[in-house]
Design a protein around this ligand. Structure first.
Ligand code: BGC
Length: 801
C-alpha cells in the first residue's frame, strides 16, 4: 500500500471533492474507499429521498425540549445504527443553528434559542454517534439562521455575540465532543462566504479550538477555489465545480500552496480511519437496508414523550382518566405531522397519528368521535400509501423513461412508499438526469364516499390522471411554488366524486427541471371534508366530555428553503381552536409544529400540549401523555412569545439587500424577553408535570462550582422534573441571566434524588471586544435553581475570583 506522501498531487486533489451526491472520492492506492454520507437530523435517509424507509426520530426542537443528554444520546444511537444500515459513515447532523426568530424555516431542525442547552445536547448527540463509529457532521457553520436568500445573505454579527451565542454549540462540538466533521453554511458572514471564511474555518475552528476533522461544504455551497485555502476540505456534492482538478492545477502553477491540499487530504484520511473506511476495515459500501426495529421504536416513543411540553393544565384536566367520550378534532389529528420538510425529510418506517393511537387505546366503553374542523389546507397532504395498493401491497410504482414524456418501455421500474417524490441528480439509478420522465402509479381505494380533493406539485411540469382521465395538468400554465426547496410548481388541485370501496387508478407524470439537479413530484389528496367543517367540529366537541383539538403545521408549511409566512397557525385553525374551547371547557389543545405560533386562540383552553414534530411514534407518544401512561417530560427550549414584535430580532428579519443585521446583539430568546421585561405566552424552560415536586437542600460548592438540590416527588404519579440553573451576568447592557446547566430526574411518588449541576466557564465568561479575548468578570453571581427561566426556586451566591 502506498504512503500518502507518495501519492501525486492530482490524485490527492481528487479528495477535495465528492464524486456524486453522497460519496467522497476513493484513493485505492492508500486503501481508502469512498466515504459515504447521509442526511440528516431526523433519520438516516440513505441515497434516495423515496428509497427504502428509515426510523424517524423527533425533530431538533423536540430533542431540545427533552433537556436530556441521555435521551438525545439514545436517539443518536438509533441514528448511528440506521446510518450503518444505509451503508453510510457520516450522518449530516445535528443542526445547531439557534432560534433567532420564530419564523425561520428550519427552526424545527435546530434545538433551541439557547447556546448552552444546544451545546450540551449536541455534545451528547455527537459523542453517541461517534462512539458507534459514525461521524457526526455538525451544521451549518455559522449564523445560518434563516432561509430567505440563504445562498447569498450576509449575516452581520458582532464578534462577541457570535462567540457567546452562535459559535458556542460548534465550539462545544469540537472541544467537548471532538466532532469528526463540520458543514459550512451557505450564507456569508460579514460579507465573506462561510465556505471560504479563513477566520472562521482556520483561525477559530482549527487554530483556536483544535479541530482536526473535515470541513464539508453544504450542498452546492462552495463558491470559489479559494475555499480550500479558507479552510474547506471537501466540496459537496460531486462532480466538482471549484476544487478537485482545479486544486491540482493550482498546486502545479503555484497559485495554491501545497500545505492547504495536504491539510484537506490528512483530514479526509483521519476521518476514514475513524469511520473504518481505510485499509479495508469496513470493505466496500454495504447495500442500503430498511429495518423497523421494535427496540428502536421504544426509544423513539420515549424520546417523543420526553419532549412533549405540558404548557397549561387547569384543574388537572390531564391525564384524561375519567372521560366517557372524547371528540378528537383538528386537521393534525388524523394527519399528525411527524417531521418538517426539506433535506431532513424521508420515507419513515411508519406514521402513527393521534386519532388512531388514541382510539385504539382508550378504555372499553369510551367513545371517540372525529371531525377535521377546517377546510382543505393551503397545501394538501401527500396521497397516503395506507389507502393505495400495487399488487396487494400498500405502495406506489415509479416508472422512469429515457424520453421527456413516457414512451415505450420504462428504463427502470421501482417501488415507492410515498407519493411525494424528490430527487437530486438523476431521478433514478441509471436514468438520464435530463430529457427523462417519471410516472407514478397506484390504485386508490377510497374508504369514504364523496368529493375527494387531489393536488399536484411538479418539479418541471406534469399531469395527473384518474382512471385514465386527465384531471390536473400544469403544462400550459405552471406557476412557481415553494415545494422542493423553492423549485417546485404551485399546487394545482381539483375535486372528484369517488365511492368508498371502488378502486380508481392514479397516474402522475413529470420530468426533471431543465438544468437544475433537483426534481420532484407530489400527489396531494384529502378525503371529503364536511360541508361546514367548523360547525361539525364544534358540535362534536360540545357533545363530548372532553375535546382534544390537534392543530399545527406539516412538512410543507415548515420547511428548509422557505421561512414561515407568518406567526399564525395555518388557515382555519385559530378559529377552530377558539370555537372548540368555547364549546367545551374541558378542551386540550395539542400543538404539532416545530416553533412558536400565535396561541392567543387557545386562551380559554384548559390544557395545552406543545408536541413539535415528534417523529414516527408521534401518535403513540401523545396518547401516552393524554391517557396518563407517561408524564410529559418536555420543557420549552425556546420562548413562546405572544406576537412577532415581542422578539427584538423582528426588526431585522429576514434583512434585505443581501444583508441581515443581528442588531439585537445578545438579546436572543429569553435574554431578550428578560431584558425588555416582555411577558411571553410561555417562557423558556417552562413545562409542567402531572405530579408535584418539592425542592430542598439547595447548595453550591464554590470549589467545583457545582450547584445541587434535592428533588422529591410529593404527588400521586411518577413524573419528570427538570432543574435548570441560571447565573446572573454582570455588566451594563447585558441580559440579566443565562442558562448554565440543567439536570432531569424521573421519580416515583415519595422518591427523591439530589441533582448536581456544574457551572462551566462558558457560562461565566464574556467576550471583551476591545481586548479581543474572553474575560471572566470577578465578583458575586446569583445562581438560580429554577423550574423555568421565570420560576426561580432557590437563589444562591457564587464568588468568582
Ligand atoms: C442542507 C443540508 C443538507 C444538504 C444535503 C442542504 O440543502 O442545507 O443541511 O445536509 O442539503 O441534503
Amino acid at each position: 500500500m502506498a504512503e500518502l506522501s507518495d501519492v501525486p498531487n492530482d490524485r490527492l486533489a481528487s479528495l477535495t471533492s465528492g464524486v456524486d451526491m453522497w460519496h467522497f472520492a476513493e484513493l485505492g492506492e492508500v486503501g481508502l474507499r469512498g466515504i459515504k454520507v447521509s442526511d440528516g437530523p431526523a433519520g438516516a435517509r440513505g441515497e434516495r429521498w423515496f428509497g427504502g424507509s428509515s426510523a424517524c426520530v423527533p425533530c431538533g426542537t423536540a430533542l431540545g425540549a427533552t433537556w436530556s443528554r441521555e435521551v438525545v444520546a439514545e436517539v443518536a444511537g438509533v441514528l448511528a445504527a440506521e446510518t450503518r444500515r444505509k451503508g453510510a459513515d457520516v450522518l449530516l447532523a445535528p443542526t445547531v443553528n439557534l432560534h433567532r426568530h420564530p419564523l425561520a424555516g428550519r427552526n424545527f431542525e435546530c434545538m433551541s434559542e439557547d447556546p448552552e442547552l444546544t451545546a450540551q445536547l449536541a455534545t451528547a448527540h455527537i459523542t453517541a454517534l461517534q462512539q458507534a463509529g459514525v461521524s457526526a457532521c455538525i451544521k451549518h457553520f455559522v449564523a445560518n439562521d434563516q432561509e430567505t436568500d440563504r445562498h447569498q445573505i450576509s449575516s452581520e454579527v458582532g464578534e462577541g455575540v457570535l462567540r457567546e451565542l452562535y459559535l458556542r454549540p460548534f465550539e462545544a462540538a469540537v472541544r467537548d465532543a471532538g466532532t469528526w466533521s463540520v458543514m459550512s453554511a451557505y450564507n456569508r458572514l460579514g460579507g465573506e462566504f462561510c465556505s471560504q471564511h479563513h477566520w472562521l474555518l482556520t483561525e477559530v475552528l482549527r487554530d483556536e479550538w483544535g479541530f482536526d476533522g473535515v470541513v464539508v461544504s453544504d450542498w452546492w455551497g462552495t463558491n470559489d477555489t479559494a475555499a480550500l485555502e479558507g479552510g474547506l476540505d471537501v466540496e459537496m456534492p460531486g462532480p466538482t465545480r471549484y476544487l478537485g482538478p482545479t486544486v491540482a492545477a493550482g498546486i502545479e502553477d503555484g497559485s495554491i500552496p501545497a500545505p492547504a491540499l495536504q491539510r484537506a487530504a490528512d483530514a479526509v484520511l483521519l476521518m476514514a480511519e475513524r469511520v473504518g473506511a481505510l485499509g479495508g476495515e469496513t470493505p466496500g459500501i454495504a447495500d442500503e437496508t430498511s429495518h423497523d426495529d421494535a427496540a428502536e421504536r421504544a426509544v423513539l416513543r420515549r424520546a417523543a414523550v420526553e419532549s412533549i411540553v405540558l404548557a397549561r393544565n387547569d384543574g388537572g384536566l390531564l391525564p384524561l382518566t375519567d372521560a366517557d367520550s372524547i371528540a378528537v378534532v383538528g386537521p393534525n389529528a388524523a394527519s399528525t405531522a411527524i417531521m418538517g420538510g426539506g433535506s431532513a425529510a424521508f420515507v419513515p418506517h411508519r406514521v402513527t397519528d393521534v386519532l388512531s393511537s388514541l382510539s385504539a387505546r382508550v378504555d372499553d366503553g369510551v367513545t371517540v368521535t372525529h371531525e377535521r374542523g377546517t377546510p382543505p389546507p393551503d397545501s394538501l397532504p401527500a396521497l397516503d400509501r395506507k389507502v393505495c395498493s400495487v399488487d396487494g401491497q400498500q405502495r406506489f410504482t415509479v416508472e422512469h423513461f429515457g424520453t421527456p414524456e413516457p414512451d415505450g418501455e420504462p428504463v427502470l421500474v421501482e417501488p415507492s412508499l410515498t407519493s411525494r417524490l424528490l430527487w437530486m441528480g438523476a431521478p433514478g439509478p441509471g436514468v438520464p438526469e435530463q430529457g427523462s420522465s417519471v410516472r407514478l402509479l397506484t390504485t386508490l381505494t377510497p374508504t369514504v364516499s364523496g368529493e375527494h380533493t387531489f393536488g399536484l406539485v411538479t418539479g418541471a411540469t406534469g399531469w395527473l390522471t384518474l382512471d385514465g382521465e386527465v384531471v390536473l395538468d400544469n403544462r400550459d400554465d405552471r406557476q412557481p411554488g415553494t415545494a422542493f426547496f423553492g423549485l417546485g410548481s404551485e399546487e394545482i388541485r381539483t375535486t372528484v366524486q369517488l365511492e368508498a370501496g371502488t378502486p380508481v387508478s392514479v397516474e402522475a407524470v413529470t420530468s426533471p427541471v431543465d438544468g437544475v439537479p433537483v426534481g420532484g413530484m407530489a400527489i396531494g389528496h384529502l378525503e371529503p371534508v364536511a360541508d361546514e367543517p367548523l360547525a361539525s367540529a364544534v358540535q362534536a366537541a360540545a357533545a363530548a366530555d372532553v375535546a382534544v383539538v390537534v392543530v399545527g403545521g406539516n412538512d410543507q408549511w415548515e420547511t428548509e428553503g422557505a421561512d414561515r409566512a407568518g406567526f399564525d397557525l395555518p388557515s382555519g385553525q385559530p378559529e377552530l381552536v377558539e370555537a372548540v374551547c368555547a364549546a367545551n371547557d374541558r378542551t386540550v389543545v395539542v400543538v404539532n409544529c416545530g416553533a412558536p405560533v400565535d396561541l392567543s386562540c387557545a386562551a380559554q383552553a384548559a390544557a395545552v400540549l406543545l408536541c413539535w414534530y415528534p417523529g414516527q411514534e408521534a401518535g403513540e407518544a401523545i396518547a401516552d401523555v393524554l391517557l396518563g401512561e407517561s408524564d410529559p417530560g418536555g420543557r420549552l427550549p425556546t420562548t413562546w412569545g405572544r406576537q412577532l414584535s415581542d422578539w427584538e430580532s423582528d426588526s431585522n428579519f429576514p434583512g434585505g439587500d443581501g444583508v441581515v443585521r443581528y442588531e439585537e446583539g445578545l438579546r436572543v430568546g429569553y435574554r431578550d424577553f428578560d431584558s425588555a421585561g416582555t411577558e411571553p405566552a410561555f417562557c423558556f424552560g417552562h413545562g409542567m408535570s402531572t405530579t408535584t415536586f418539592q425542592w430542598s437542600d439547595a447548595a453550591i460548592d464554590a470549589g467545583s462550582r457545582t450547584a445541587s438540590v434535592r428533588v422529591t416527588n410529593t404527588g400521586p404519579r411518577r413524573g419528570t422534573e427538570v432543574v435548570q440553573c441560571y447565573v446572573t451576568d454582570p455588566g451594563t447592557n447585558r441580559p440579566p441571566q443565562r442558562l448554565a446547566g440543567f439536570a432531569k430526574v424521573h421519580l416515583s411518588p415519595g422518591e427523591d434524588a439530589v441533582v448536581e449541576i456544574p457551572i462551566g466557564e462558558p457560562s461565566l465568561r464574556q467576550w471583551d471586544e476591545s481586548r479581543g479575548e474572553w474575560v471572566v468578570p470577578t465578583g458575586l453571581r446569583e445562581v438560580r435553581l429554577s423550574a423555568s427561566s421565570r420560576d426561580h426556586r432557590h437563589r444562591l451566591e457564587l464568588a468568582v475570583d
